[in-house]
Design a protein around this ligand. Structure first.
Ligand code: 13P
Length: 249
């Protein structure tokens, strides 16, 4: 069975709640496309107004992060139940910015992955190498490690529904998109890693996105690759261009 493409925007720390509503109203008609899953991952405080603005459209609202405990003395954190209570179905986990600025590790990402599944939230788990790692030729070793640790304790049935976003750090926010060959090669490598951990059926089912300076110009070729099942889009997800990315065909 062909995998349905999933094209998600990661808004990062952009847009106030009122700006979020305005942007969704602007993008709603532009991102209409039932052939792909369209997800807007927005700042926590924007989730509820974004849900209301997106109602009746094909836009699904996701979160950008979540904590791995149920509740308690974790000042500033958002629990999985808080997300599901308002209808969140997707959460970005382990984005490189969270790993870099907020000390996330593959171990904490794994705890969040387990917790997300416990609550029926689909993780969009990010992985990706630095420029230095690419130049040293250890890209795939590093990413395999991120994937293997991230998926510890996750069952094959759960993994089948997961989304992995391959985001080379050197391509994020730099305007420097990976070549189609580089992106396809790593996404195929991630799929092979999933086949090793689980089996071929799981590897065939899991969806793998490319992220890093995706634009309306680069999306068609990237998304045509055999192992690239869509994109995780930063800057271009905040502009009308996102409509062109979603309707890339
Ligand atoms: P840009 O598309 O702005 O490079 O960001 C990519 C990204 O980090 C999405 O999660």
């Amino acid at each position: 069975m062909a995998r349905k493409k999933i094209i998600a925007g990661n808004w990062k720390m952009n847009k106030t709640p009122s700006e979020a509503v305005a942007l969704i109203n602007e993008l709603k008609p532009l991102v209409a496309n039932d052939d792909v899953d369209v997800v807007f991952c927005v700042p926590a405080i924007d989730i509820i107004p974004a849900m209301e603005a997106a109602e009746g459209s094909n836009i699904c609202i996701g979160a950008e992060n979540m904590y791995f405990e149920e509740s308690g003395a974790y000042t500033g954190e958002i629990s999985p139940a808080m997300l599901t209570d308002v209808g969140v179905k997707y959460v970005v986990l382990g984005h490189s910015e969270r790993r870099e600025y907020f000390a996330e590790t593959s171990e904490t990402v794994n705890k969040k992955m387990l917790k997300a599944y416990e609550h029926g939230i689909t993780p969009i788990m990010c992985c990706g190498e630095t420029l230095e790692q690419r130049e040293q030729g250890v890209t795939m070793d590093f990413i395999r490690q991120q994937v293997k640790v991230g998926f510890l304790g996750i069952t094959a049935d759960q993994a089948k529904t997961a989304v992995i976003a391959y985001e080379p750090i050197w391509a994020i926010g730099t305007g420097k998109v990976a070549t189609t060959e580089q992106a396809q090669e790593v996404c195929a490598g991630i799929r092979a890693c999933i086949a090793e951990i689980y089996d071929d059926a799981t590897a065939e089912a899991i969806r793998i996105q490319y992220g890093g300076s995706v634009s309306a110009g680069s999306a068609p070729e990237l998304f045509a690759q055999a192992d690239i099942d869509g994109g995780l889009v930063g800057g271009a997800a905040l502009k009308p261009d996102f409509g062109k990315i979603v309707n890339y065909k």
